[in-house]
Design a protein around this ligand. Structure first.
Ligand code: AMP
Length: 192
């Protein structure tokens, strides 16, 4: 199963990806986590990206495309993958398509986690306390939500036009949301 997970900041993509990994045993590829690791290691790219992620802006497409291409070229993706945080705009969606086509691993399904903005603010405030992410401050979160609405929301339409998108309600306990996602995947698998 090659899954693209979409949703606004704080919709629970990372949490749901982790639960899916436990169920499906395929790698979780999070571009946000790749960037945070690079920053923690102090690489030039990581530090350069950190000044952008801290403001809630998007890291330039060419940097992201190199990063994701390198990750997708490893040989652990035969049983599939869960992509979380990429693509984040239409240019990235198109370049991902080309990359996956070339690797003969096209996306099977895109899942969008729907969540209302009030819940987002609550969840991120909790995460800021628990994880201390530098981009979880209220000001940055508002910017991330704006960037999401302007640049990332059209990506969901892109997948919808190609018949690959399913929307899942992202409220309630995380296990329930995970069940909703798994049932989408089961239906999807039966219909192919
Ligand atoms: P995330 O962990 O997915 O919320 O990502 C955290 C931050 O990393 C985002 O707010 C962006 O600044 C940056 N980022 C992650 N993925 C991408 C991407 N595909 N394109 C551009 N910036 C990204």
């Amino acid at each position: 199963m090659r899954i693209v997970l979409l949703g606004p900041p704080g919709s629970g993509k990372g949490t749901q990806a982790a639960l899916l990994v436990a169920q499906l045993g395929v790698p979780h590829i999070s571009t946000g986590a790749l960037l945070r690791n690079a920053a923690k290691r102090g690489t030039e790219l990581g530090l350069q990206a950190k000044s952008i992620t801290d403001k809630g802006e998007l890291v330039p497409d060419d940097i992201m495309s190199d990063m994701i291409e390198e990750r997708l070229s490893r040989d652990d993706l035969d049983n599939g993958f869960i992509l979380d945080g990429y693509p984040r705009n239409l240019a990235q969606a198109k370049s991902l398509d080309i990359m996956l086509e070339r690797l003969d691993k096209p996306a099977d399904v895109a899942i969008h986690i729907d969540i209302d903005p009030e819940q987002i603010i609550k969840r991120i405030a909790r995460r800021e306390k628990e994880e201390g992410r530098a981009d979880d401050t209220e000001k940055t979160v508002r910017n991330r939500m704006r960037v999401y609405a302007e640049q990332t929301a059209p990506v969901a339409d892109y997948y919808a036009e190609r018949g690959l998108l399913t929307r899942v309600l992202g409220n309630g306990p995380k296990e329930e949301i995970s069940q909703r996602i798994l049932s989408v995947l089961t239906i999807d698998r039966q219909s192919t």
